[in-house]
Design a protein around this ligand. Structure first.
Ligand code: PEP
Ligand code: MG
Length: 542
């Protein structure tokens, strides 16, 4: 039995087999082989397995995001049937007598470069797909696991690091927990773990040696136990049962109102990153969606999602929520949320760089496409829009002007749309300081405490070395929240919190006493927060 410690992302227990996931970007060694025919057979087997995986991913995506979102996996499977690509790989193996993985990696690189240099934009975008497909086959040939393919049994995933784009593509039903060596507790990968409601540990010095062994993740103490002794395993199984009992107890709060003892109604909403997360919102009985991180629609894909694809996704969420509020945050790409096809330059300080509303107001076509999709979907439910990373009144006016233009366009085309409330995220100190002015421009504020904390304390939320001083309870952050609520109310806005702090049960009463109107939290936190709201009496002094 071995014990490792790290930073806990979610206080739950997981017990199961561990599986090591390594990224495909490692070097592939060139080897000469004595039997090229056997190597060709290995290639053929791996290729067929990859096609099979892609068909599986297509079926899964079809259920989760619909036909248009799933189509990419079909395109990838078709690439593996392509004669030019296959001839090139087979020829290399036979003529140079080399190992299959090297032939696939080199051919993948060559084809990808060739596509990238083509005139046609559509063909250029296929460069990333070729790379993806080649990587999938190389991973199979090297016996590496793909993050999206976790096998049959649910596992505790062990990895050196996980990007948000990898995490979002994982089959959540096969994931008991994940443990990474790198990564910060405030990153989007950590946020995804909370949304998925699975225990996760970061900063644990582990690796390949754990593959296939039995493990326990204890989110309470931040420990990973490998090969637990029988009595330890028994203790944890009992703890896990107790956890289940507590969760069942909270179920009694379903269908109860979010109202304090003295009668103040609070909007208790949930955060989502994908259409699939809506099921968790309903299962946890949230009264709406306070933050739909729309950029995850972009992270799942290898090319810009079209207006139609986005419309289908937003419409599905709006319809499922059946008239309850759905706040869609416009694209917040950049910083730790990177996608190849945006071709963003590398920056020294990406968190303070070209991201979010800055990209949208610069690359207006991308923004317009998204706004059209949001407005079209608004005819099917109660949709609101909010803009991230705001620092000035000018930005808000520009964003609203774009939205107004989109309304005009739709009207002229006879396409229906509903009333779309306009909001902004307050996640920069600049926005806090001018929140009195910003309140004149919008219907609501949603405080993004994750970024607000990083910019206020000058601590990069991605820097794992600073996790111990990233203090979201810092008085500066709490005073800012109070200021925003006061300024918002004076200007006629309702005010919410959608950052992770909104789910911090030790602060719920404090926020209620400050006058907060809405808390939007990870779905699993809805019922625990409801319990506190219903037990709080704002009529009594504290
Ligand atoms: C925030 O910054 O608090 C927020 C909700 O946005 P994100 O975590 O996606 O940056
Ligand atoms: Mg943010």
């Amino acid at each position: 039995m071995e014990t490792y410690t790290g930073k806990s992302i979610l206080k739950r227990i997981a017990i199961g087999k561990m599986r090591f996931y390594s990224k495909g970007e490692q070097m592939v060694q060139r080897r000469t082989v004595s039997d090229p025919e056997a190597e060709l057979a290995r290639y053929e087997e791996a290729r067929e397995k990859a096609v099979c995986q892609l068909h599986g991913l297509y079926e899964k995506a079809l259920k989760e995001v619909g036909e248009t979102g799933a189509a990419i996996f079909d395109v990838h499977a078709m690439m593996l049937e392509d004669d030019d690509l296959n001839d090139s790989i087979r020829n290399m193996i036979q003529s140079q007598k080399i190992n299959a993985e090297y032939a696939v990696a080199v051919t993948g690189d060559n084809f990808s470069k060739m596509f990238a240099e083509m005139e046609d934009e559509y063909m250029q975008a296929r460069a990333a797909d070729i790379k993806d497909v080649a990587e999938r086959v190389v991973n199979i040939l090297c016996g590496r696991h793909d993050a999206g393919d976790l096998g049959e049994e649910p596992v505790i995933l062990i990895a050196r690091d996980l990007a948000p784009s990898e995490t979002v593509q994982m089959d959540k039903s096969k994931l008991l927990a994940f443990v990474t060596e790198l990564g910060s507790a405030n990153s989007h990968t950590a946020i995804l773990a909370r949304t998925m409601n699975i225990p996760a540990l970061m900063g644990v010095p582990v690796g390949e040696e754990l593959d296939g062994r039995m493990g326990i993740v204890d989110g309470e103490t931040g420990t990973l136990i490998a090969d637990p002794e029988p009595q330890v395993l028994k203790q944890y199984e009992e703890k896990k049962q107790e956890e289940e009992r507590q969760r069942e107890l909270l179920q009694t709060l379903k269908n109860k109102e979010d109202v304090t003892l003295d009668g103040k109604h609070i909007r208790l909403y949930a955060n989502i990153g994908s259409v699939g997360d809506t099921a968790k919102v309903l299962a946890n009985d949230a009264d709406g969606i306070g933050l739909f991180r729309s950029e995850f629609l972009y992270l799942e894909k290898s090319d810009y999602p079209t207006e139609e694809e986005q419309f289908q996704a937003y419409k599905a969420v709006a319809e499922t929520m059946a008239g309850k509020k759905v706040i869609i945050r416009t694209l917040d790409i950049g910083a730790d949320k990177q996608v190849d096809y945006f071709h963003l330059d590398r920056e020294d300080n990406p968190a303070m760089g070209y991201r979010a509303i800055r990209i949208c107001l610069d690359r207006k076509e991308i923004f317009r496409t998204q706004l059209r999709a949001i407005y079209r979907a608004s005819a099917y439910g109660n949709i609101a829009v909010m803009y991230p990373m705001i620092i000035s009144v000018k930005e808000v006016r520009e964003a609203k002007a774009m939205a107004a233009r989109v309304e005009e366009e739709l009207k002229a085309q006879g396409i229906p749309f509903g009333q779309v409330e306009q909001g902004i995220m307050i996640e920069t100190p600049a926005a806090v300081i001018i929140s009195d002015l910003l309140a004149q421009e919008v219907d609501f504020f949603s405080i993004g405490t994750n970024d607000l904390t990083q910019y206020t304390l000058a601590i990069d939320r991605q820097n794992a070395r600073l996790d111990n001083i990233y203090d979201a309870h810092h008085p500066a952050v709490l005073r800012m929240i109070r200021t925003v609520i006061e300024n918002g109310h004076q200007g006629g806005c309702w005010v919410g919190i959608c950052g992770e702090l909104g789910a911090d049960q030790s602060l719920t009463e404090t926020f209620l006493r400050m006058g907060i109107d809405e808390l939007s939290v990870t779905p699993a936190a809805v019922l625990p927060i409801r319990k506190i709201i219903r037990e709080t009496d704002l009529g009594t002094e504290k």
